[in-house]
Design a binder for this molecule. Structure first.
Ligand code: ATP
Length: 298
């Protein structure tokens, strides 16, 4: 279990991360989100011990994160850190060796991961000769070659097509089921919704939202109503509490500021003809993110 408690980091006089606290349990995928410059990379570096904290504590399974536990950690950064003149095989021997693995263990794990990501044929190719997406696969393999107990994934799907994203997702879920604590960071809110039960949003180093995603959605007062049928948009827009109405692909999307408005909308819609759909939905994480982050900038 990873525990981050009241962590602060100053660069000179500027606080990049302020009083940050969160926990990632074994077998949990935790979302750490924020716009550019919010403090995510700074946090990752403090967690893996690459950067000193100004204040607070970080422990993994009850102990401080230092060289004794680095063999148990994996980190997939946005920046490529591959030795591109090496072959995939030699790169794996190098990384695995750094993580304290012996040669046969590395080769067995490499073969397994190459097969899972469907790139067995590149095992003896130089990394610089591979496409961007395949280099991303190799980078991912290196970050999990040691079956990490703690894994940080920063924009893991960048440069991947949808088919390869599915292959990555399967491996991430496999690690989760094996008990790995995973921190997942992405600007793609649909991916965050797919993986993360709990999350935290940083704005300029401060936590503006944190907790269980289901609860966050329930607590967010604004909801959406999806309607299909012959309605008059203008009439809906006039209802007090309706924030906006848009029409796309045959459906009206009605944004309301509180659940109490549903009855009023329903009352009007029940006077209309050919209604084939009336569904009240939770807002997407994307909407919540924009409101929370945008609001904090005002
Ligand atoms: P991005 O999504 O763009 O990678 P981020 O959320 O990872 O952003 P950080 O890189 O952690 O954000 O930066 C947080 C803040 O700290 C920013 O204001 C940044 O300018 C500042 N910062 C980061 N690294 C340093 C450094 N080495 N020296 C001084 N300030 C820094």
């Amino acid at each position: 279990m990873l525990k981050v408690e009241n962590v602060t980091k100053y660069y000179g006089d500027n606080p990049a991360v302020k009083n940050l606290s969160f926990t990632v349990n074994d077998g949990e995928i935790f979302g750490l989100l924020g716009v550019n410059g919010a403090g995510k990379t700074t946090t990752f570096r403090m967690i893996i011990g690459l950067l000193d904290k100004s204040d607070g504590t970080i422990t993994f399974d009850g102990s401080p994160v230092d060289y004794k536990v680095t063999d148990k950690i994996g980190f997939l950064t946005e920046e490529r850190s591959l030795l591109t003149k090496l072959t995939v095989y030699d790169q794996a021997l190098f990384y695995g060796g750094l993580k304290g693995m012996d040669k046969s263990e590395i080769i067995e794990r490499l073969d397994y991961l190459l097969e899972k990501l469907e790139i067995q044929e590149y095992k003896n190719r130089k990394i610089k000769e591979l496409s961007k997406g395949n280099q991303q696969k190799v980078q991912f393999i290196m970050s999990i070659i040691n079956k990490p107990k703690l894994l940080i994934l920063d924009e893991p799907f960048s440069g991947l097509d949808p088919i390869n994203i599915e292959l990555f997702k399967k491996l991430i879920l496999e690690l989760k089921s094996e008990g790995t604590s995973i921190i997942f960071s992405s600007h793609r809110m649909d991916h965050v919704e797919y993986f993360c039960e709990s999350l935290l949003i940083l704005v300029k180093g401060k936590t503006v939202l944190s907790g269980n995603l289901k609860q966050i959605k329930e607590d967010f007062r604004k909801k959406n109503i999806i309607i299909e049928g012959d309605i008059e948009k203008e009439k809906l827009e006039k209802i007090k509490g309706v924030l906006g109405v848009s029409f796309n692909k045959g459906e009206y999307l009605v944004k309301i500021n509180d659940m109490s408005i549903v009855d009023k909308v329903f009352k009007y819609v029940s006077t209309c003809k050919n209604i084939t759909k009336f569904v009240v939905e939770e807002p997407s994480l994307n909407e919540i993110f924009i409101e929370k982050v945008g609001g904090s900038y005002e």
